[in-house]
Ligand binder design. Structure first.
Ligand code: FAD
Length: 427
């Protein structure tokens, strides 16, 4: 069979050493079979193993092959739509539970990094940067909302103060969240995989799941093997394809691109981001950037469908980077890559069950580093028989994409165009 390797990203080039994990061959049995070794699958597995379950993960390619090993590395609290939207969408009891969980993912990551000694360049501090008064007013409201849920490590930044943390004149202000921060995303995934194996969990790479027999005794099939399990957790997100048509019908994979510069000299790097915080701006099609441990600027932005050729990616993202930091005009780009996240119509995640023993979580719509970690805990709790927090996620409404599969791309491309225009007009 063909071997699927990591894309040629900066992360793959600087990954910590990891073992080759064998393809599944033959039949095996476990308590929980998880499809996909991104953060959703890995986080769920780790909580399950810590609670005495046997776990087998089947990964189509490599640990962290999907969004989890390619993303901006930004630990951003809350969800792609904030708690006020959630409060309007579901029962007050469940909205309160989700509001309380909105800041837990970052704590889980930090706890894992320290408990399992994961080397992933964890740094504290994330900035939301505003271009317009409207965006600034939104950040002020966001601060009040988050403080209502007990989240207090926040500071509003005026024009002078934001210039002290990001060397660009583009922003009129922002908000600093000291419980945000950044990581080397692939090394976090690899560290979690090693922790899973240290607890007896099994991970098979190069093992795409091609069929799931549902029912009282589910069986998960790959080309050369099968896993019998009490429970199945599907965590394939934007890379799942049509394995479960119910999930494909209500979500849309979207591409977003990232570049990494050559290592910057220390003075230049420190002049751009003196405190080494990560930054994302407040546009709907946002730019996000940060420094790596070896002082590259890692810059991502926008949503472009396709654009898989690195030269093409550089042509799209470099101008965005230079708009923020014109001082980098002579800096070389060493890496350019693309990754898929999964968009839902509401931009809220879709979490649920298909039958009694098939669970899924998908569609965090752009912000997923913290969500995937906390939903992994909620999934593990549900399999242990404590489903209160899982059920709170499951109450979030799921909508099909209007027009079905064929119309999804034009529809959301149009939506993205609409929001891009809104950002440009500052409305
Ligand atoms: C370029 C980019 C930048 C981003 N930046 C940020 C950021 O800075 N901060 C933030 O919070 N979020 C960010 N996100 C979003 C975040 O990375 C994702 O929400 C999160 O990683 C999703 O994790 P996951 O485990 O659900 O999915 P994934 O990480 O995509 O993992 C799914 C895994 O399932 C496997 N799989 C799929 N189908 C099968 C199958 N049939 N059989 C076996 N395995 C299968 C895939 O190979 C893959 O490894 C970004 C996303 C992208 C693409």
């Amino acid at each position: 069979m063909t071997h699927t390797a990591y894309p040629q990203s900066y992360y793959a080039a600087s990954a910590n050493p990891a073992p080759e994990r064998p393809e599944l061959q033959g039949e095996t049995e476990t308590d929980v079979c998880i499809v996909g070794a991104g953060y959703t699958g890995l986080s769920t597995a780790l909580f399950l193993l810590e609670n005495g379950f046997r776990v087998t993960i089947l990964e189509a390619a490599k640990v962290g092959f999907g969004a989890s090993g390619r993303n901006g590395g930004q630990i951003v609290n809350s969800y792609s739509r904030d708690i006020d939207t959630i409060e309007r969408s579901i029962s007050p009891k469940n909205a309160k539970l989700l509001g309380d969980m909105a800041f837990e993912g970052g704590r889980i990551i930090r706890q894992r990094v320290s408990h399992y000694g994961i080397q992933c360049d964890l740094k504290d501090g994330g900035v939301f940067a505003a271009f317009t008064k409207k965006q600034m007013a939104h950040l002020e409201a966001q601060k009040r909302l988050w403080e209502r849920y007990g989240h207090t490590q926040l500071e509003l930044l005026d024009a002078k103060r934001i210039r002290e943390v990001v060397a660009t004149d583009n922003y009129i202000g922002g908000m600093l969240d000291m419980s945000g921060g950044h990581i080397h995303p692939l090394n976090l995934a690899l560290g979690e995989a090693a922790a899973i194996e240290s607890l007896g969990g099994v991970i098979h790479e190069q093992s795409p799941v091609i069929r799931i027999d549902r029912g009282a005794n589910p069986v998960v099939h790959t080309a050369r093997g099968r896993v019998k399990a009490r429970f199945v957790v599907v965590a394939g997100n934007a890379y799942l394809g049509n394995l479960l048509p119910e999930l494909a019908a209500k979500s849309m994979p979207c591409g977003t691109q990232v570049i990494a510069t050559e290592p910057l000299d220390e003075e230049l790097a420190r002049s751009l981001l003196p405190q080494d915080y990560c930054v994302e701006d407040c546009n709907y099609l946002l730019d996000y950037y940060r420094l790596s441990a070896d002082r590259r600027l890692i810059y991502g932005g926008g949503v472009v469908y396709g654009a898989r050729d690195p030269a093409n990616i550089e042509a799209i993202i470099r101008p965005k980077m230079l708009k923020t930091f014109p001082q980098l005009k002579n800096v070389k780009i060493d890496y350019a890559w693309t990754g898929n996240f999964l968009l839902t119509l509401s931009r809220l995640p879709q979490v649920g069950r298909l039958g009694d023993n098939l669970y899924y979580s998908q569609g965090c719509s752009g912000h997923g580093v913290t969500f995937t970690h906390v939903v992994g805990k909620a999934l593990a709790e549900a399999l242990r028989g404590q489903a209160e927090r899982f059920d709170a996620f499951a109450e979030l409404p799921h909508y099909p994409f209007p027009g079905g599969r064929l119309f999804r791309v034009p529809f959301t491309a149009m939506g993205a165009w609409y929001y891009d225009l809104r950002d440009k007009l500052g409305i």
